[in-house]
Write a protein that binds this ligand. Structure first.
Ligand SMILES: [Fe+2]
Length: 254
């Protein structure tokens, strides 16, 4: 009977997660990346997009560090450090861990993005800093620190789940489609490593479907409500970021 009650509580949790996160509007559809995928972004738009993406991408490191500091057990502390250190330039060893991997300045994701940015005419000081963020971009970055880096375990887990769900929903592929079109038609030297690497990582994530929801559910003092609220707030912030870009992109007159 107890086991049965537990199973139905888990089922109810899964259904609620699917509702709030799996069916969130930004997971279903992203108007900006849909447009971007058509490859019609001008040079100016490409730079504007790159600056905003670089601010999110660079400030994400702050949220990731905070996630590590707030980790409630050594397993999640290490899982957070895998991401943080890889982000900073430690390559994964054959085991798939940064343990035993090699640090290279040039393997830092932000350095890849800086190279990409340079190839389209942006300098080091044009990207990656808070001062360059639009209000929408900064709202997203601040939400990541608050929810994804939360000291509350259920909250942090909900935000992580939401971010992974969003990342696997295909926005990398849409960006790559658009960038490949630009590369083919105008900029043969455009380095796409930053984008293709992240897309490949998402495919790997999607491939090993560990049951994260069950694992989160079984943690002591787990709060389904805080998990779901954090997931929803995180995706709302993701949506704000993309809406900010979409609202200000050039539109051809019909
Ligand atoms: Fe990255």
């Amino acid at each position: 009977m107890l086991a049965k009650a537990r199973t139905s509580a888990l089922d109810a949790f899964r259904a609620a997660v699917d509702d709030a996160i799996g069916r969130h509007p930004i997971v279903r559809r992203n108007a900006y990346t849909e447009w971007f995928a058509t490859g019609v972004a001008s040079d100016d738009e490409l730079r504007r997009f790159t600056v905003q993406f670089s601010v999110f991408s660079h400030l994400f490191i702050e949220a990731q560090l905070r996630k590590c500091i707030n980790a409630r057990d050594i397993e999640s502390y290490r899982a957070g450090k895998e991401i943080l250190l890889n982000e900073l330039g430690v390559t994964f060893a054959p085991s798939g861990s940064v343990e035993g991997g090699t640090f290279r300045f040039r393997a830092g994701h932000f350095e890849w993005l800086a190279q990409f940015a340079e190839s389209i005419g942006l300098q080091w000081n044009d990207i990656g800093k808070r001062e360059h963020g639009s209000p929408e971009t900064l709202a997203f970055c601040d939400a990541l620190v608050e929810w994804y880096g939360s000291h509350d375990e259920s909250t942090a887990a909900g935000a992580s789940y939401a971010i992974e769900h969003w990342a696997a929903a295909g926005f990398w592929k849409q960006l790559i489609l658009g960038l490949r079109a630009v590369k083919t038609s105008q900029r043969p030297d455009l380095p796409l490593g930053f984008w293709t690497w992240h897309d490949a990582l998402e495919d790997q994530h999607a491939a090993h479907t560990g049951d994260e929801l069950t694992a989160a559910f079984e943690k002591p003092n787990f709060s389904p409500a805080r998990f779901i609220r954090a997931g929803q707030m995180t995706l709302d912030a993701v949506e704000t970021f993309w809406r900010g870009l979409d609202a200000t992109r050039p539109r051809s007159a019909l």
